[in-house]
Design a protein around this ligand. Sequence first.
Ligand code: 1GP
Length: 251
Amino acid sequence: MKKSVKEALQGRLDSGKKCYWVLLDPDDFSLKEASRVAAESQACGANALLVGGSLIYSNHFDQFVLTLKENASIPVILFPGDATQLSRHADALLYLSLVSGRNPANLIGEHVKAAPVIKDFGLEPISTAYMLVESGTVSSVEFMSNTRPLPRNKPEIAAAHALAAQYMGMSMVYLEAGSGALKSVPPEMIKMVRAFVDIPIIVGGGICSSADAVEKLNAGADIIVTGNILRKENGLELMKEIAAVVQQFTN
Ligand code: 1GP
């Protein structure tokens, strides 16, 4: 039987390897660009493609996901900002609870709306504790969710949130500085979360170089996410470098 996305991911992490995921916001790419970026991301060594955004105003979401599936064989995982960002063409979705905030819509409300659609589409939900970390400016997630991020110099608060999420049965923790963050998630915070939880830790937001990625991996991250670098002139080169250090990393 084919392994689920989560089983395949866990198998990779259990063998001591790390993962690199590339995030694509459907607003940033035409379908033609998406097909090229999907193939290039896979060629660079990305382990999965994430699709989503805090606010999406383009109307090609479903077709966008299908285009990625048609042009890459790595899993396409939804990273939805709300219950409207669903597609039957994806392999799985991060069933994100914004546990750093106290907005019931982002803790359970959108999940209730999405659940019957997820079942109907046969999508694999991966329950994920989404934790927004203060990063120097107001992020789209902060504004759209109307929640406050975790203070970046209080790793113990982040660790307590992550542990609570693990105790509640969530499968992964996502430490998020926000797309295009000026300051990425501090290593001290990743270290403390790592010391508290056994579940995989995803880190994203403001990671722009292989050195940034290595810093997060050394601190205990399992999965590195980048999005914005794709829009830089040398984005492809940066992606290759990040993919290389993630693939070669050993504890
Ligand atoms: C944002 O963590 C992701 O949700 C990626 O952030 O776009 O800054 O790489 P960047």
